[in-house]
Design a protein around this ligand. Structure first.
Ligand SMILES: [Zn+2]
Length: 465
């Protein structure tokens, strides 16, 4: 009697255990994930942010960095050095004896301490997919052979198209070259430019641009015979720069002032900024400089709306104090006609950025860089944002300087987005067909909706305006 009464309990316990272990397992092993991944990998993606150079940069890397008379690097070392692996973390430099073995043995210690970091794991698809090797178990001889294959690959003029367009299935990449679009001459056909406006907030005096010839609005004014005698003149020059940038194919504005100062942009009366205009930095105090910068940043937001060039703004992970996207709320509130695209999801303030997007329909969140900073937080952010606001306002980007690195972060982002959506389906919070549609939006369609000029750069004419 006692035994037979225990059986149903035992069976119930077993059922519960198997249910728990099914959810505790890797979502990537489920059929739902496999179906979503296959469908979403087939979506030609639009990468909203990269720093990749064009064919000239790749040729230069081959000639100077790997084949030069005095090589100070190799392809594998350079790839890691120019990734986010080295942000805040050391990596053994190329050794004085110029031997691969010396570098590899020293670098191993740094890799060992970073095996769980997303900045490391985002690079693994490069080796697995493009070279068929497991980077984590390479011997020194295998690593040396891998490096030789990588350097040989650079001789292939089709390499960028093969890796990014065919393998990663990226149709179009938005490139931030840090200069005015009219100075960008080295692009692959699958690239479009942004108009970088980071330095214009310092236009109180021409001396601010002494070392920034390619981002100098005073040089632009001189070249176009425009006066810059008053603050209004200066703002008119910025207006003209945007018109010209648009005419030369730029599709949006980009600012990363969060690396230079707080994102707390106050509304400043024109008279205050006029008192600063024309004076060199030595004659100004930090408060006056901030007021001028705030005044110009506000004008940039207005010009963004005027020229219909959406405003990509770096938020989160920069100077830590001041890079919280909440600092931008006044600017966003005061400029409802401007389309703000908050970069990096405000990392690590992903909940705060979600709140801003919930309240302001003119705010889009770009997850660019987020999975590379923390895959776990990235996945959580996708899920929370989809809980909070409409799915047509989330984008993604690869955000790297190297070809292979761009491949790695693209595949890592594709995986993170798919995994977040698959979890929502398995949790019965989303139907699979809606997860698929949302995945397409994040990977491609939202970029076209938020930045309409991108359509002019698509390969086919079918989606053009
Ligand atoms: Zn970037």
């Amino acid at each position: 009697m006692r035994i037979s009464a225990r059986w149903p309990l035992l069976i119930l316990a077993l059922l519960l255990t198997s249910a728990v272990s099914a959810r505790a397992g890797d979502v990537k092993d489920t059929d739902v994930y496999a179906r979503l991944k296959a469908s979403l990998d087939a979506v030609p993606a639009i990468d909203t942010h990269s720093h990749l150079g064009g064919p000239g940069h790749i040729k230069l890397a081959l000639e100077r960095d790997f084949r030069g008379e005095d090589p100070k690097d190799c392809a594998l070392s350079r790839l890691w050095m120019r990734s986010y692996f080295t942000w805040g973390h050391g990596l053994a430099p190329w050794p004085a004896d110029d031997r691969f073995e010396t570098w590899w043995n020293a670098a191993q210690r740094d890799f060992d301490n970073s095996r769980a970091r997303s900045a490391y794991r985002a690079m693994l698809p490069i080796f697995e997919d493009l070279y068929g090797v497991d980077f984590e178990t390479l011997t020194v001889d295998q690593a040396k052979e891998l490096n030789a294959r990588m350097e040989k690959n650079y001789e292939n003029p089709e390499l960028a198209e093969e890796v990014l367009v065919k393998r990663a299935n990226t149709e179009l990449m938005l490139i931030d070259s840090f200069v005015m679009p009219l100075h960008v001459g080295d692009h692959f056909p699958f690239m479009a430019s942004v108009c970088n406006v980071r330095w214009y907030i310092n236009g109180f005096h021409p001396s601010e641009f002494a070392n920034r010839a390619n981002a100098d609005p005073y040089a632009f004014a001189k070249h176009h015979d425009l006066p810059v005698n008053t603050l209004d003149d200066y703002v008119a020059v910025l207006d003209r720069i945007m018109a010209e940038a648009k005419a030369t194919g730029a599709v949006c504005l980009k600012s990363q002032i969060a690396y230079d100062r707080t994102l707390d942009v106050a509304w400043v009366p024109k008279e205050r900024a006029e008192q600063v205009f024309g004076k060199p930095r030595a004659e100004l105090n930090p408060g006056q400089i901030k007021e001028f910068q705030d005044y110009i940043f506000w004008r940039l937001a207005e010009l963004s709306a005027k020229h219909e060039l959406p405003f990509q703004i770096h938020t989160g992970h920069a100077r830590i104090p001041g890079s919280n996207p909440m600092n931008l709320v006044n600017l966003i509130h005061g400029n409802p006609r401007t389309r703000f695209i908050l970069f990096h999801g405000g990392f690590p303030w992903v909940g705060e950025s979600g709140m801003i997007a919930l309240k302001y329909p003119n705010v889009y969140l770009d997850s660019v860089w987020m999975p590379t900073l923390s895959y776990t937080m990235g996945k959580r952010a996708f899920k929370e944002w989809l809980d909070m606001f409409s799915s047509n306002r989330i984008m993604w980007g690869s955000d790297l300087f190297t070809l292979e690195g761009s491949y790695g972060t693209t595949m890592y982002a594709r995986q993170c987005i798919t995994e977040a959506l698959a979890e929502k389906v398995l949790d019965k919070e989303l139907r699979e067909e809606d997860a698929l549609r949302i995945g397409r939006q994040i990977l491609r369609e939202n970029a076209l909706e938020a930045i309409p000029l991108l359509r002019n750069h698509l390969k086919g004419g079918a989606e053009k305006q």
